[in-house]
Design a protein around this ligand. Structure first.
Ligand code: ATP
Ligand code: MG
Length: 341
């Protein structure tokens, strides 16, 4: 089956007074129909720019430099503004971190969802529209849907507002839903409820989802596959089970080690990976993670590793996984030699 979204060699930059910010530097991935791809990585790794590139919402300074983005086989990068507006309104829906900024505070939420339906199908009557909004509210488990229709955004809690956003996203029956950190601003228990809701909605309607988060723990809740981003590149991509059971890239290992354990004392949170992300105006010529990588060899600083297949249905970008890579400075090897002395 053809994937719903196919991204190939995507490069996106922003022109700033300080120079060209190379936010995304050649990434390729698919979102399969009816599946969820999680995109994970630290702040600044290029996750949001990836989704904004797909939607062509890069503002006046952002530009797709190179690459292809296909929605159900149809190229999006060559589409004009008007065509893209219709793609965004009907074929790809999106939800973001802060629902308050996406909702109009002066209009009852039911009306706002109704407008979305109307924008789609102008033949539908007002009464029918309201019925459909109630159905959508019930679908996203907003209690007392009929009553809540007339409430204003500020009368909802953060979690309920995010449910309204999901209802709005579903209103146009999108082929793909892009969710960019939709639960980050919420309390952990509410976050969990929203993730459960998204997972059951996906099972009910078989939607394809691209889910962006900095938290591998969140991705474990609902993704089928995971792409791990760092420095504008995908460092590793694999099925969710393989990412957790057999991470191959040191960056993925670092992210896994920094997931707080549910059963552990919250004060004893595990350490994030030491160091800071690369400068995207002058990205390093080698692997962007090399300066922070505990296993870096000399070549890692000097040359960019290729993105290569590292197993059944998985790929990584790492010199350690290349059997032909020169081993100078390999910390494992040094460790062994030291042990023999
Ligand atoms: N409009 C812009 N102008 C200039 N640089 C930008 C712009 N938007 C993003 N960037 C830069 O592009 C890089 C990737 O940013 P992006 O927002 O995609 O990160 P992210 O992975 O979504 O991080 P976060 O987890 O903080 O949301 C960063 O270096 C960021 O500073
Ligand atoms: Mg972001």
């Amino acid at each position: 089956m053809e994937p719903i979204l196919q991204v190939r060699d995507l490069h996106t930059s922003f022109l700033t007074s300080g120079g060209e910010v190379q936010a995304v530097r050649g990434i390729s991935f698919d979102v399969e129909k009816g599946k969820t791809l999680g995109i994970v990585g630290e702040s600044g790794s290029g996750k949001s720019v990836t989704s904004l590139s797909i939607l062509q919402l890069l503002g006046t300074t952002g530009k797709i430099r190179q690459g292809s983005i296909r929605l159900d086989g149809e190229e999006l990068t060559t589409k004009g503004k008007k065509e893209m507006r219709s793609v965004r309104g009907s074929r790809i829906a999106m939800i973001f971190q802060d629902p308050m900024t996406s909702l109009n505070p002066l209009i009852p939420v039911g009306e706002q969802v109704g407008e979305m339906i109307w924008a789609h199908d102008r033949s539908i009557s007002k009464a029918e529209r309201e019925k459909r909004v109630i159905e959508l509210f019930q679908m996203v488990r907003i209690p007392e849907a009929e009553k809540r229709l007339r409430s204003f955004p500020h009368e909802f809690s953060g979690g309920m507002r995010q449910r309204v956003m999901i209802a709005m996203a579903l209103a146009c029956k999108p082929e793909l839903l892009i969710a960019d950190e939709p639960t980050t601003a919420l309390d952990v228990s509410i976050q969990d409820q929203i993730l459960k809701l998204m997972r059951s909605l996906q099972q009910e309607i078989g939607m394809s989802i691209m889910f962006i988060t900095h938290d591998l723990g969140v991705v474990a809740e609902l993704a089928d596959r995971v792409a791990v981003m760092y420095g504008g590149l995908i460092m590793e991509e694999a099925d969710i089970f393989d990412i957790f059971a057999r991470p191959m890239h040191p960056y993925t290992m670092g992210l896994l080690a920094s997931i707080p354990d549910m059963h552990q004392d919250k004060r004893k949170r595990l350490q994030p990976i030491p160091g800071s992300p690369p400068d995207m105006i002058h990205p390093p010529k080698g692997c962007p993670f090399a300066p922070r990588c505990p296993y870096a060899m000399r070549i890692c600083q000097e040359e960019m590793p290729e993105y290569r297949k590292t197993g059944e249905n998985r790929s990584s970008r790492c010199w350690l996984l290349d059997p032909e890579a020169p081993q100078d400075g390999n910390p494992f090897r040094q460790g062994k030699e030291a042990a023999h002395e």
